[in-house]
Design a protein around this ligand. Structure first.
Ligand code: FAD
Length: 380
C-alpha cells in the first residue's frame, strides 16, 4: 500500500500551510478567548479555492482527491493553530457540502454547490438531538408530508456552523424506523437558531441548538432516497468524518510537537536547555511516535477510501487513535512547557481543549471500539 504524497501534493500542502500560518494563526488566541467566529478568515479561505476542495469541478469545486483533502486539512491545522476553524471547515466540507454533491439531484447541486464551493455560503449538518447522540437512529424530530411539502418539527443540538450556515441538511423521522434527510435553507422561518453553546475548545467555531418549528420545506428538498438517510447519507458522513475530517487532529499534533521542540531547546534550567534532560527528550520522542501512528492510520484509511476499498475498520481505528492520542500529546506538551504551558498565552493549552473534541464528535471513542469489536466478532 503506497500512500506517499506526490510532489504536487507536497507543494500543495506547503502553500496551504503558508496560507494558514499567515491568515488563521494570527488571531487564533483572541478568537478562542472571545469565542468568536471570524468571517474574514473564512472569506480568505474561499478566495484560496479551498472551500470546495472535495467537490467536483463541474459544480465549482476544486475536484480534490480524498488524500488532497486530508493533506489540506492537516496543513491548515498545523499552520493555523485553531481547532475551531478546522471544525467549521470540516463541517462545511464533509457534512455540509459532500452529502449534497453525492446524493443531491442535479437541481439541488446546481442550487447549492456553487455558493458552498466558492465560500460565499456556509454548510451545516443537523442529526444530533438532545435524546439522540451516539444512538443516531433515536431521532425524535419528525417530518410529516403535507401536500407538496414536508413539515419538520423537533430540536437539534451541537450543530457546528448552526448560527452562520446558509444551508443545513436536517435529519428527521419519516416512519417508525425510517429517517429522511432534508436540505433546509436557513432563511426558512421554521429554522430557528437557538442558544449558542459555550464550549471548552474549538471556540472560534460557532455551535448552536436549532429548533425546527413547523418548518415547511418543498418535497424537492429531500436529499437522497426517502427513508434512507441513516444508512445512506449519514453513514457516508460518518465515513468522511473518520477519514478526512479527523486529519485536522494530526495537523494539531504536529503543531504541538513543533512548539515543544522549539520550547525545549530554548528554555534553560540548571544551566542547560531542558531538551538535554532525558525525561524531556523522551517525552518528545513519545509524542513523535504517537503523531506518526495517527498520521499513518489516517493516511491508510483515507487511501483505502480513495481507492474504493473496504475501510470501515481502518476509519474507526484512525478516529479512535487520533481522538485519544492527540489529547495525550497535548498533555505532554503542557508538561514540557511547565507552568507556562498552563497559561492561556501558549498554544499548547488551547491545543488540549481543541484536541478533546476528537474523542467525542463524529462518533465517540467508545462507539469506535464498538464498531471495531463488532467487525472483529462478525456482528456488524
Ligand atoms: C463541538 C461539537 C460539534 C458537533 N457538531 C455536530 C454537528 O455539526 N452536527 C451534528 O449532528 N452533531 C454534532 N455534534 C454531536 C456529536 O456527534 C455528538 O456529541 C456525539 O455523537 C456523541 O453524542 P452525545 O453527545 O449525545 O453523547 P452520548 O451518546 O450521550 O454519549 C455519552 C457517553 O456514553 C457513551 N456511550 C453511548 N452509547 C454507548 C454505547 N452503545 N456503548 C458504549 N458507550 C456508549 C459515549 O461514548 C459517551 O462516552 C457535535 C458535538 C460537539 C461536542
Amino acid at each position: 500500500m503506497d500512500f506517499s504524497l506526490t510532489d504536487e501534493q507536497i507543494a500543495f500542502r506547503r502553500s496551504v500551510f503558508d496560507w494558514a500560518a499567515a491568515t488563521v494563526a494570527p488571531g487564533a488566541s483572541d478568537r478562542d478567548k472571545d469565542g468568536r467566529w471570524d468571517h474574514e478568515v473564512w472569506k480568505s479561505f474561499g478566495a484560496q479555492g479551498l472551500a470546495g476542495l472535495p467537490i467536483a469541478e463541474e459544480y465549482g469545486g476544486a475536484g480534490g482527491s480524498i488524500m488532497d483533502c486530508v493533506v489540506a486539512n492537516e496543513a491548515i491545522a498545523e499552520g493555523g493553530h485553531d481547532g475551531g476553524f478546522n471544525l467549521s471547515l470540516g463541517a462545511h466540507w464533509v457534512i455540509g457540502s459532500v452529502p449534497i454533491w453525492l446524493h443531491g439531484t442535479e437541481e439541488q447541486k446546481r442550487r447549492w454547490l456553487p455558493g458552498l464551493t466558492d465560500g460565499s455560503m456556509v454548510g451545516a449538518w443537523a442529526s444530533t438531538e438532545p435524546e439522540a447522540g451516539s444512538d443516531a437512529a433515536g431521532l425524535l424530530t419528525t417530518a410529516v408530508r403535507d401536500g407538496d411539502d414536508w413539515v419538520l418539527n423537533g430540536t437539534k443540538i451541537f450543530i457546528t456552523n448552526g448560527p452562520i450556515a446558509d444551508v443545513c441538511t436536517v435529519l428527521a423521522k419519516t416512519g417508525e424506523k425510517a429517517a429522511t434527510a432534508f436540505i433546509v435553507d436557513t432563511t426558512n422561518p421554521g429554522f430557528q437558531v437557538g442558544r449558542e453553546l459555550d464550549k471548552m475548545g474549538c471556540r472560534s467555531s460557532p455551535t448552536a441548538e436549532i429548533a425546527l418549528v413547523d418548518c415547511r420545506v418543498p418535497a424537492d428538498c429531500v436529499l437522497g432516497d426517502e427513508g434512507a438517510a441513516l444508512w445512506q447519507v449519514a453513514f457516508e458522513c460518518f465515513d468522511w468524518e473518520r477519514t478526512v475530517m479527523i486529519a485536522s487532529g494530526v495537523g494539531g499534533m504536529q503543531a504541538t510537537l513543533n512548539s515543544c521542540i522549539a520550547y525545549a531547546k530554548e528554555r534553560k534550567q540548571f544551566g542547560k536547555p531542558i531538551a538535554q534532560f532525558q525525561a524531556v527528550a523522551h517525552k518528545l520522542a513519545e509524542m513523535k511516535v504517537k503523531l506518526e501512528t495517527c498520521r499513518t492510520a489516517v493516511y491508510r484509511a483515507a487511501y483505502l477510501k480513495q481507492t474504493n476499498a473496504e475501510h470501515q475498520m481502518e476509519a474507526s481505528i484512525a478516529k479512535y487513535l487520533v481522538g485519544e492520542l492527540a489529547v495525550q500529546n497535548a498533555l505532554d506538551a503542557i508538561q514540557i512547557h511547565g507552568g507556562y504551558g498552563y497559561l492561556r498565552d501558549f498554544n499548547v493549552e488551547r491545543a488540549l481543549r481543541d484536541a478533546k473534541l476528537g474523542s467525542i464528535g463524529g462518533g465517540t471513542s467508545e462507539i469506535q471500539k464498538l464498531i471495531i469489536s463488532r467487525l472483529l466478532l462478525g456482528d456488524s
